[in-house]
Design a protein. Structure first.
Ligand code: FMN
Length: 135
């Protein structure tokens, strides 16, 4: 099974999850600026929300790489919303890309809210989640 990891992170929270996934499954961690070079059976795709929703670069990545994406497994951080699943699912559906029902989400620090998140437990949990997906 070919596994790839891509993420967008404005303030570094989602990057922490991406790095933990990379260590757990032994795959290279790249931002959405790096296109897929080969087909990914599983694409761990990290995102967050910034007032108007998921960053445009994440949507563009899905549009530009749709032929090479098997299934998206989403992971996200946010201050308030419970996940970016709905936004990712919508853009994926518009491009004929499948999204797994399994996803990982945790709180991400924002100003005075959720200081220290993702924390060590979040990083351990996301690593376990990723290993489970790949086994
Ligand atoms: C400009 C901006 C707008 C944000 N708007 C929202 C929002 O509408 N809803 C929410 O739940 N979190 C919001 N947040 C909080 C982020 O989703 C949260 O801090 C997240 O962990 C950021 O991920 P990142 O560090 O990977 O960029 C916002 C953060 C920023 C910087």
């Amino acid at each position: 099974m070919n596994v790839a990891i891509r993420y967008y992170s404005k303030t570094g929270n989602t990057k922490k999850l991406a790095d933990s996934i990379g260590q757990a499954v032994g795959a290279q961690v790249e931002t959405v600026e790096t296109p897929l070079s080969e087909k990914a059976d599983v694409l761990f795709l990290g995102s967050s929300v910034y007032a108007a929703g998921v960053d445009e670069s994440v949507k563009e990545f899905i549009r530009n790489n749709k032929e090479k994406i098997g299934t998206i497994v989403g992971f996200s951080t946010a201050a308030l919303i419970p996940s970016t699943y709905k936004q990712i699912k919508k853009i994926a559906a518009e491009n004929g890309v499948e999204v797994s029902n399994e996803e990982f989400h945790c709180r991400g620090s924002f100003g005075l809210m959720h200081k220290g998140r993702p924390n060590a437990k979040d990083l351990k949990d996301v690593a376990e989640f990723a290993k489970k997906i790949c086994n």
